[in-house]
Design a binder for this molecule. Structure first.
Ligand code: ADP
Ligand code: MG
Length: 465
């Protein structure tokens, strides 16, 4: 993005916003677009962020929850760099007394039409047309760290209220909680389009509750949330320290549970760790299944990257995926952001999406000392290159097939990690430091003598650094 601050009244900012809107328009239903995007004004753009003005707080919460990523992605496409989106509420704008009482209506065509809630529900917050169509089970990569949550979610979509009620999915940010929750909604509606679903973030539940109290619309509010078949509340940890909403949610929960309706919740921590959450809610949240999503293992990260490549129309090379997957380990959103950056970087320069482009587009990964390769990273990359098992390289076997990958791993470990010879020996099958020294000398000699070994090493160091 331009370094120079741009005067919001100049045509370049407007021009940028117009082009962003064109991208957004392609991904958002026309009626949603009219409802939410026509009232947004761009105030400023520059320094990796755009500032947008919205009419009121409710509007800001809604757009921030459902469209921020969409906008950020479109700005990044236009400017070629990642972008933070900020919303400012128009000064002195009146806060709406009531939430609009009709749902943003559904499009008349195609898949998203399926997602409309039955008219009887009349609740804008329940319109599942707000679901991100990308968050489906089909696009969700299952690995050992999320398979319990995934299996439970699938089971719920097939047989709601029978197996796990509530389902409580927790884990830190960017690990697929929202994706899983929305996939349940999509799949449920595909199987039983008549299901009445309320999907809402806890923040919006809290805000809607406050608005309902202020405007005297509590009865209607209650009806909206207690007359559904499936209640899905994202980020329920937001209930922390909100006594009155907790009380309200407790009754909502009981009504639905007693009526054998399915409840699905997500949180950034387990129920008992949510600050000042009433004990009776903690215990209810644990009645069903509590499933954690954890940071994905290397192979899952690579699969997710490949899938994202396909999304951007690129068949990503293994070394590019391995490079990113070795460095970005704890957040899937960041994984997606990285691949997005690399593809944009290469495209804007008319270059192939290769390792060199990846390293240039993501310099913070290359230079960040905290992200130095670990012994696990090294073993993973080397064993996958040679097609041998990690357990063999870390074990006692001494066949040539595993000895060479083990020795080269030790050599790289000495180069890239702060570990001592003893530590490295210990990691690779409990060997002593002289074995490590021997490996280092041997590989060092081969690097000098053989170009093939030099090339292999180059490859490993590039992927791992
Ligand atoms: P959370 O709600 O836990 O913060 P999200 O559900 O918003 O995380 O996920 C962040 C991003 O990562 C989303 O774009 C989502 O589609 C993607 N994502 C997360 N988990 C997976 C997965 N297992 N397979 C594919 N994409 C995933
Ligand atoms: Mg989320």
């Amino acid at each position: 993005m331009d370094d120079v601050r741009i005067d919001p009244r100049t045509s370049s900012v407007r021009g940028l916003w117009d082009r962003v809107l064109e991208h957004v328009r392609r991904n958002v239903q026309p009626k949603q677009f009219d409802l939410w995007f026509r009232q947004i004004e761009i105030l400023d753009a520059g320094d990796g962020s755009v500032t947008l003005e919205v009419p009121n707080r409710f509007f800001r919460d809604w757009v921030n929850t459902y469209y921020r990523d969409e906008i950020a992605e479109a700005v990044a496409l236009e400017t070629g760099s990642p972008c933070e989106v900020r919303f400012l509420v128009k000064r002195d704008a009146p806060v709406p007394e009531r939430i609009p009482s009709r749902p943003p209506s559904a499009p008349s065509d195609g898949s998203a039409g399926r997602l409309e809630v039955r008219p009887a529900l009349r609740a804008p917050l329940m319109s599942t047309s707000q679901l991100n169509p990308r968050y489906s089970f089909e696009s969700f990569v299952v690995g050992p760290r999320n398979q319990v949550a995934h299996a439970a979610a699938l089971a719920i979509a097939e047989r709601p209220s029978e197996l796990y009620n509530p389902l409580f999915v927790h884990g830190s940010v960017g690990l697929g909680k929202t994706h899983i929750l929305q996939a349940i909604c999509h799949a449920t509606l595909e199987r039983r389009p008549e299901t009445r679903i309320a999907y809402i973030t806890c923040e919006m539940f809290v805000n809607a509750f406050i608005s309902a109290i202020e405007s005297g619309g509590l009865k209607e509010f209650r009806y909206q949330y207690r007359a559904v078949d499936l209640l899905v509340v994202d980020d329920i940890h937001f209930l922390a320290h909100k006594d009155r909403t907790q009380e309200e949610f407790f009754h909502t929960f009981n009504t639905l549970f007693n009526g054998q309706r399915q409840i699905v919740l997500s949180s950034d921590c387990p129920p008992q760790a949510i600050g000042t959450l009433e004990e009776r809610l903690v215990s209810r949240f644990r009645w069903g299944l509590v499933a954690e999503v954890e940071p994905p293992v290397f192979e899952t990260r690579v699969s997710i990257l490949k899938r994202n490549g396909v999304r951007f129309g690129v068949d990503l090379r293994d070394d590019v995926c391995e490079f990113i997957a070795s460095h970005v380990t704890t957040n899937i959103r960041e994984l997606e952001g990285s691949i997005h950056q690399v593809v944009n970087y290469a495209r804007l320069r008319g270059r192939p999406v290769d390792l060199e482009a990846a390293r240039e587009a993501l310099p913070h990964l290359v230079n960040d000392p905290r992200r130095a390769a670990s012994l696990e990273d090294i073993t993973r990359v080397v064993t996958s290159y040679f097609g041998v098992k990690v357990s063999d390289v870390l074990g006692k076997r001494r066949t040539k097939l595993v000895t060479y990958p083990r020795q080269i791993s030790m050599y790289i470990a000495r180069k890239l990690t702060p570990h001592s010879l003893q530590e490295i020996g210990g990691y690779f099958g409990g060997r002593d430091h002289t074995t490590v020294l021997h490996a280092i000398n041997k590989i060092g000699g081969l690097v000098k003598a053989k170009s093939e070994v030099r090339n292999q090493l180059d490859h490993f160091l590039t992927v791992l650094r």
